[in-house]
Ligand binder design. Structure first.
Ligand SMILES: *[C@@H]1O[C@H](CO)[C@@H](O)[C@H](O)[C@H]1NC(C)=O
Length: 395
């Protein structure tokens, strides 16, 4: 018990043992050099650890689409093919339409047989266009036609239509302005170098016009590695702002990238593409409502803005410098492991390195007791040296 207490109340102090050996000397310097290179090159220069970062980018996006298309012999303009119309960061360009005109409330078979009869056979039991009344009329020996209550005549959406190919040539104009609140720094994607005349005729491309804010739909689809003719889905237009505010203002520029966001629906065949329905309502002279139902197939565009900015700050600089200096000491641990285990004369080094000194300093020291493991903390914190030994081991 008493010896336990005595063991506990001891103090360990570090002692420097100078080892003059080429092997361990070179290993020590190489390890230190690697650690310093890592901190200077990677942590400070590449990761910019001397900066404070703002990742909470604030942003506003406005969009405008231009172009005319022809669909079912009708000229389609922006009001016909864009939804919603507010010019927000998420918008759809309709590429295909299935319209069902003059629908009124009433009873009707779920499939209107005026079209090709074979079309209706597959969907006559789907009951998704109105409330089934339970009355079914046999159409032939195997198929029954069921009656629904709802908007009649019911829509036939199995007809195949050709997409509006002109959409490829439509242009999307994107106005984006951002702010980094920590630094109160604002910027827009209209760079000061962009002139009025340039913006009237430019089209974004990845090589020559990387800052033009006007995008051809065909190019966007192409950059997202999609096939326009088969496309219906969600395409992301990403605007990235990575800014080093220690550099001049014209170094803080947007970079555009494009990707398909609904990658999941690309892989499975259930519900491919993107479609939705909407209706336009009218009133007859006698007060009855009627409507035109539109099932629209569209490409949806999501403009996503992300970014971060960094600026020099004293606090992260100090913290990282302290970390760097401390880490240089880690090299000692590695050298000690090699020195005490693998080098010639390891026993001799151990004897010099670990010594037990009793209470009275006048007593002669015994060298027989070695400590077998290293104390990591002891090595990393070696600051003041109480004594120095020199062991010559140069070959
Ligand atoms: C798109 O524009 C180009 C050049 O103006 C034209 O040659 C092409 O036919 C257009 N594409 C469609 C689908 O209208």
């Amino acid at each position: 018990m008493w010896s336990c207490i005595k063991d506990f109340f001891t103090y360990e102090t570090t002692k420097s043992v100078v080892v003059k050996s080429w092997t361990i000397g070179i290993i020590n310097r190489v390890v230190q050099l690697l650690i310093i290179t890592y901190f200077v090159g990677w942590v400070f220069l590449f990761e910019k650890a001397y900066q404070v970062r703002d990742t909470a980018i604030e942003s506003s996006v406005m969009t405008k689409v231009k172009g005319f298309g022809v669909y079912n012999n009708k000229v389609m303009d922006v009001a016909d093919y864009i939804t919603p119309t507010q010019g927000a960061s998420v918008f759809c360009i309709i590429t295909k339409l299935i319209t069902t005109e003059n629908q009124v409330q009433g009873y009707c078979p779920e499939v209107s047989w005026s079209a090709d009869d074979t079309v209706g056979l597959n969907i006559s039991f789907m009951f998704n266009l109105g409330i089934p009344t339970g009355r079914c009329i046999p159409f032939n020996s195997t198929v029954k036609m069921c009656e629904i209550k709802g908007w009649c005549p019911a829509e036939i959406d199995t007809i195949t239509t050709r997409p509006m190919m002109e959409v490829e040539n439509f242009t999307i104009f994107i106005k984006n302005s951002i702010r980094f609140p920590t630094f109160n720094y604002t910027k827009g994607n209209f760079l000061p170098t962009i002139t009025d005349s340039y913006i009237k005729k430019c089209n974004f491309d990845m090589v020559n016009n990387t800052y033009c804010p006007i995008f051809r739909v065909g190019d966007v689809v192409h950059y997202a590695q999609q096939n326009f003719t088969k496309l219906g889905g969600v395409i992301g237009i990403k605007i990235g702002w990575v800014c080093d505010l220690d550099k001049s203002d014209d170094q803080c520029n947007p970079s555009y990238s494009f990707t398909r966001l609904d990658a999941m629906s690309q892989k499975n065949t259930v519900s491919p593409g993107y479609n939705f329905r909407f209706a336009k309502y009218f009133k007859m002279e006698n007060g009855t409502d009627y409507r035109t139902l539109v099932k629209a197939y569209a490409i949806r565009f999501d403009v996503l803005v992300n970014g971060n900015a960094g600026k020099f700050n004293m606090i992260p600089t100090l913290i990282n410098m302290v970390a760097a200096f401390t880490s240089v000491g880690v090299g000692t641990v590695l050298c000690d492991i090699i020195l005490l285990n693998f080098l010639k004369g390891a026993e001799q080094y151990k004897a010099k390195k670990f010594e037990e000194v009793s209470d009275s300093p006048l007593e002669p020291q015994k060298n027989g007791l070695y400590r077998s493991q290293l104390s990591l903390r002891q090595h990393m914190m070696r600051s003041s040296d109480s004594g120095a030994f020199s062991i010559e081991h140069y070959g």
